[in-house]
Design a protein around this ligand. Structure first.
Ligand SMILES: C[S@@+](CC[C@H](N)C(=O)[O-])C[C@H]1O[C@@H](n2cnc3c(N)ncnc32)[C@H](O)[C@@H]1O
Length: 259
């Protein structure tokens, strides 16, 4: 996947991104990430939002007094983030597949990369090195890659006889992501991610996100039956640690310490 393709692909979805991200399902899932993030940031914390998209997490962190820098390969995503979050937050276009992406960003106490941005990275060892340059020793990174085992998606594939849909999250090679033409992603567990990032990162916490819930592509189920959606969200939260060990979840949450 070339980097210019990345920017163009995400530019194409930028205008409609918030509609999906702020759907009922999106709000339920993001709230879970914020629960993990909440004790790790405080007023005055310097935080890097990696693959910040339209800046939803940046805005949430800024509202808690964090000083946020957001980076993303898509200029349109960055424009929306800038409009959403005013100064002192700073937003710049950077491509995580360029080896100098961390240059001149400064040092941060924490980093977040939510909802699959890290799954678009070609060389995770290089990414781990550069992230380590950006985050102080003792600091944390909350990274949310796309996971392998998603019962709703894989059951739907089985019912329709679409085996490619059942298998795609287990592919060794990067796979074109549904809903993002031109974007190929790597699916991984929090533990796999931690190993690939290298020795400067230690996994503190791993859990599954969206293992009992439908995927974003199936979000209409949650819109149509909000009470069932809320009940599934509770099950999803209660079983997150165990499901995390089983590499389940549309996403996995990895909390890593910079060592
Ligand atoms: C699914 S969106 C998640 C956005 C945001 N983190 C959120 O939680 O809403 C993935 C983001 O990763 C960004 N991204 C993908 N590949 C990238 C790359 N190579 N460099 C920087 N950002 C990238 C995309 O532009 C997009 O904004």
């Amino acid at each position: 996947m070339s980097s210019s393709l990345d920017g163009a692909a995400f530019d194409r979805v930028a205008a409609d991104y918030d509609e999906v991200a702020q759907s009922r399902l999106g709000v339920l899932l993001r709230g879970r990430v914020h629960k993990v993030l909440e004790p790790l940031i405080s007023s005055g914390s310097r935080v890097l939002d990696v693959g910040c998209g339209t800046g939803i997490d940046s805005a949430w962190m800024a509202s808690r007094g964090a000083i946020v820098t957001g980076i993303d390969v898509s200029p349109r995503m960055i424009d929306i983030a800038k409009k959403r979050v005013g100064p002192p937050a700073l937003f710049v276009v950077r491509d995580l597949n360029q080896s100098s992406w961390a240059a001149e960003l400064g040092q941060f106490e924490a980093a977040i990369s939510n909802f699959g941005a890290v799954s678009c990275v070609d060389d995770l060892a290089d990414f781990g090195e550069q992230l380590a340059q950006s985050v102080e020793v003792g600091g944390v990174a909350v990274l949310v890659p796309m996971g392998h085992v998603v019962p709703w998606e894989q059951m739907a594939g089985l019912i329709r006889g679409d085996l490619s849909r059942v298998r795609r999250r287990f592919a060794k090679e990067p796979t074109i992501e549904h809903g993002y033409p031109g974007v190929s992603v790597r699916y991984m567990s929090a533990r796999q991610l931690s190993r690939r990032l290298g020795a400067r990162w230690r996994l503190r916490h791993a859990s599954a996100l969206g293992w009992a819930l439908p995927t974003y592509a199936q979000r209409r189920a949650v819109e149509m039956a909000p009470r069932i959606g809320a009940a599934l969200a509770s099950v999803d939260a209660v079983g997150a640690r165990l499901a995390g060990r089983l590499a389940m979840g549309d996403h996995q949450i990895a909390v890593l310490e910079r060592v």
